[in-house]
Design a protein around this ligand. Sequence first.
Ligand code: AN0
Ligand code: CP
Length: 343
Amino acid sequence: MKSFLNVQDLGDLKQALAEAQEIKADRYKYDTLGKNKTLLMVFFNNSLRTRLSTQKAAMNLGMNVIVLDVNAGAWKLETERGVIMDGDKSEHLLEAIPVMGSYCDVIGIRSFAGLTDRDYDYAETVYNQFVQYSGKPVFAMETATVHPLQAFADLITIEENSPLPTSPKGEGTRLGTPSLGGDRGGLPKVVLTWAPHPKSLPQAVPNSFAQWMLAADVDFVITHPEGYELDPRFVAGAHVEYDQRKAFEGADFIYAKNWSCPGVTRPEDYGKILHDYHQMMHWTVDAEHMSWTNNAKFMHCLPVRRGMIVTDDVIEAPTSLVIPEAANREISATVVLKRILQG
Ligand code: AN0
Ligand code: CP
């Protein structure tokens, strides 16, 4: 594997989930695979989980790790071509990337969305420059539009916590995932719900979550206020239900996340918050919302703002999976790095 951005990069999902369970049973099984190989993690934004879990994953594989926080201690980087660099940016990304590539064997990028220029973000301009100019395999640690390490960890978590028995291996459909629905004859219902937030957030997490859920054997529903429609390249074919209560009915998993306007119908609204959040607090996931479900498990990628996205009682309940979900980030990252090291 030379690049990890989309669910397709992992190939057979059933195989990837089996590898995740193999790593979970013995996370040091491949502890010599990365000997004398160096992972460089480049962060253009803050991170707690991605930083720690990806570093731990590299250590599980015996790799060396170096970390660069672009906004803390490095030269400020220009990312646009064709500019006269007479401002505060001392170095261009197009020199910095091959230099970074010369010190390592694998590069993880957190490039994040700028949320001002939709075309620039959705072209994955920064990530693709790393692919093109580093000469090294590159993987996404949340780029402008996707967060595949999160979505892979989410799928692992859903498989492990599905209330329904899994079907015999090999009976999966679509990308070949094991059927999570099994004997009930149905599929677990997974609901991605928008929830309020005071700041503009990227669409990377919901984009990837939708892409991965559509590739897995689950009954997937998205609910959000009008105007927050996600990009069809990630959600084509998904069932969108604007009535949050209807969407929650019968759900086995509630996956909450805020995202700003994706600008699908009105590009000029890209990255905006469309309504004052005080008016949207009825979207916050509380105990009443959870009572509409089939005793659903609660999920969120974290970091989460309590009282905005979810109430204390819901996130602290035994049905909350936020901690095991975050713990599975080590597993998803170990599988992805292992695949990259194996070529
Ligand atoms: C980020 C986001 O919404 O994409 C990171 C989530 C993994 N969240 C914040 O910036 C709060
Ligand atoms: N979920 C996640 O990626 O968290 P961080 O932003 O802390 O890495």
